[in-house]
Write a protein that binds this ligand. Sequence first.
Ligand code: UFG
Length: 324
Amino acid sequence: MKVLVVGGAGYIGSHMVKALHADGADVITLDDLSSGHADAVLHGQVVRGSIADTALLQRVFSAHRFDAVMHFASFIQVGESVRDPAPYYRNNVLNTQNLLEAMLAHGVKRFVFSSTAAVFGEPAYTPIDEKHPLAPINPYGWSKLMVEQMLQDYRRAYGMASVCLRYFNAAGADPDGELGERHEPETHLIPLVLQAAAGRRPHITIFGDDYDTLDGTCVRDYVHVTDLCSAHLLALRRLTAGDAGGRFNLGNGEGFSVQQVIATARQVTGRDIPVRVESRREGDPARLVADAGEARRILGWAPRHADLAAIIRDAWAWERRSSP
Ligand code: UFG
């Protein structure tokens, strides 16, 4: 099994390269290193370049016979996508189409796509299952939904099998301590909380405590990066067995508020974590919790690191390696 991992130097992609290697696959990473780190790719060859570069895609697909492609390379900041949508549509949609066309041109017809809970927009109900209406409220969510739509059409017209995995809040780090989250700038809650615990930030800012939730702060469904990887392996197995694919929500089905995350981080780290409350961040739904029943039933997915304290413990071990 030879797999091309696009964005394999990024947070989730680098964990995936490790998981694929452990599963016996031959992995090639394609990454432009605009936000990823070459030293995070623990196995296989790294091709430095962008999926915007169709000549490069042509060379990569001519040099290797891939059984499947996994695509993690995208811009992910919701607020930025509202202020400046053009790069989001260019990178997340147009460049992804380049990739799909290169796949078609070389007869590669299995694709696993990193999608997001942002395709649902403001939840009409929670937990969110796959029947929930698709109504993104920002360009980031739209860019992912557009690719989902393309994949549906490519499946019907060209027989390209694909699985879209809609992550809720990816979190945690490699339990072996070899990999973790290294966004620059970091915008995600758990790494920021842990940087505050480590003294690398003066405090954690809570974006709004006036939501209609148990303590007024936003509720999210945090899912361990290793569990996301296991869902990808199951998706790949299904595609390899001849399945046409589908779309699955990935989360643990349990929501934690920002305050609860901070309280758990205090327990895990034993550190005082100073908090400041500021106004709401634009575009944040009050509550995002997944119903991942279909992933469990159809893919056979069984998250093994669902406990929030365990997720934070792994992220903390990584944080302590990167900060003295
Ligand atoms: N938050 C804070 N302070 C911070 C950072 C975050 O209070 O310094 C809050 C946010 O307001 C939100 C929660 O913590 O309520 C989680 O925020 P993250 O930025 O960690 O994650 P999001 O839920 O905003 O975003 C994640 C992914 C996106 C994806 C979105 C919906 O990072 O790519 O889920 O799926 F679009």
